[in-house]
Design a protein around this ligand. Structure first.
Ligand SMILES: Cc1ncc(COP(=O)(O)O)c(C=O)c1O
Length: 350
């Protein structure tokens, strides 16, 4: 009966999995290694306690839209807020993609895009990264030209590579479709397509508070775009999608953006330190990155490295099932002492 009830695309879709083991150090999901200080958490908790749990939130969190608009120097009506940037991506697909439409993205890239494409019965066209994980601009631009939607993760996950804005600009200019730039990791690259929003009404920039902003547990993200486009995308989010605790927490935490930027800088310094340390280990190769994670390959299989780290209490991400990453694990940058442990464990590897 499942075959009758459930669409074939869904039946054929493998479940989204994140392999987990017991760990002391968690370096597998590109989260911030630092939680918010306890006094800030207590003050937010008090506000959540004082809120009416029996009441819906405002239909649209206008105060947050205004703040996010101000931070990004764009009109508040061009801001759409969702339960994580994943929900914004889903709304964009719902608004724009139907069966047999074409969607272009990079390969390898964030796995959720393909899931959304398949669920719509759309056609996924991949622009393959080269052996240095760089984009071939002419391939991307030509494939995007007639695509209904092009989605570019910048910096890209899981590779950590960065596409110059000039290429994104050309894609936006030459395509007849929409272009989404997923900037989940923008705080670590400081390269943003936001200024292109002034010139391109077919452009959407998505952001998350789950990474540098250390709010993955709350589930909140947003999209920036032209006002008219925002009104249409908003229609594809279900009413009251953003919950009261997330709104309260984000309203408070946005006042600490400077601290977030300082932490992001620390992560970048640590990232470069770990990569150069790991590259002194014979048989191990760590790839330069513009994000808070990086790829590692070695003379051992990715599974061997994953298990070796797991046996030493460190959880990393085996990404070898991604096309083009058959040799790789992905490691998130942790705290200074977590990173020291990682480096020591890998140096001790027999
Ligand atoms: C590239 C990319 N985009 C979007 C997301 C989704 O983030 P959110 O937690 O805001 O849904 C992630 C999460 O890992 C990601 O890596």
């Amino acid at each position: 009966m499942l075959k009758y009830w459930i669409q074939k695309d869904v039946l054929n879709q493998p479940p989204y999995k994140v392999k987990t083991t017991s760990y002391q150090i968690k370096l597998n999901q590109n989260e911030s290694p630092w939680d918010w200080p306890i006094d800030i958490k207590e003050s937010i908790s008090k506000s959540i306690l004082a809120s009416d749990w029996n009441r819906y939130p405002n239909l649209i969190p206008m105060e947050l839209k205004k703040k996010i608009g101000e931070i990004n120097h764009i009109d508040k009506n061009g801001v759409v807020i969702g339960k994580g940037s994943n929900e914004i991506l889903q709304a964009v697909f719902t608004a724009s993609i139907r069966s047999k439409d074409t969607v272009v993205s990079l390969s390898p890239t964030f796995a959720v895009y393909k899931i959304l494409v398949k669920q719509k019965g759309a056609i996924f066209i991949e622009s393959k990264l080269d052996s240095n994980f760089e984009v071939d601009p002419s391939d991307l631009i030509s494939k995007s030209r007639n695509a209904k939607l092009t989605i570019i993760c910048n910096p890209n996950s899981p590779t950590g590579s960065l596409l110059p804005l000039s290429v994104i600009e050309k894609v936006a200019k030459q395509t007849s479709g929409l272009v989404v730039v997923d900037e989940a990791y923008v705080d670590f690259s400081n390269v943003t397509a936001v200024r292109l929003l002034l010139s391109f009404t077919n452009l959407i920039v998505t952001r998350t508070f789950s990474k540098a902003f250390a709010m993955a547990g709350f589930r909140i993200g947003y999209g920036l775009m032209h006002n008219e486009l925002a009104s249409e995308i908003q229609k594809c989010l279900l009413p009251f999608n953003v919950d009261v605790p997330s709104i309260i927490a984000l309203n408070a935490l946005l006042d600490h953006s400077v601290e977030v930027q300082t932490r992001a800088q620390k992560i970048c310094t640590e990232r470069d330190r770990i990569i150069s340390e790991l590259n002194t280990i014979p048989g191990l190769k760590a790839i330069q990155s513009h994000s808070n994670f990086f790829l590692v390959s070695s003379k051992y299989t990715p599974e061997n490295i994953f298990n070796y780290c797991a046996n030493n209490g460190i959880l990393i991400r085996n990404v070898s099932s991604y096309k083009g990453l058959e040799q790789y694990n992905r490691i998130t940058v942790g705290t200074h002492s977590e990173n020291n442990t990682l480096i020591r464990i890998l140096k001790e590897m027999p």
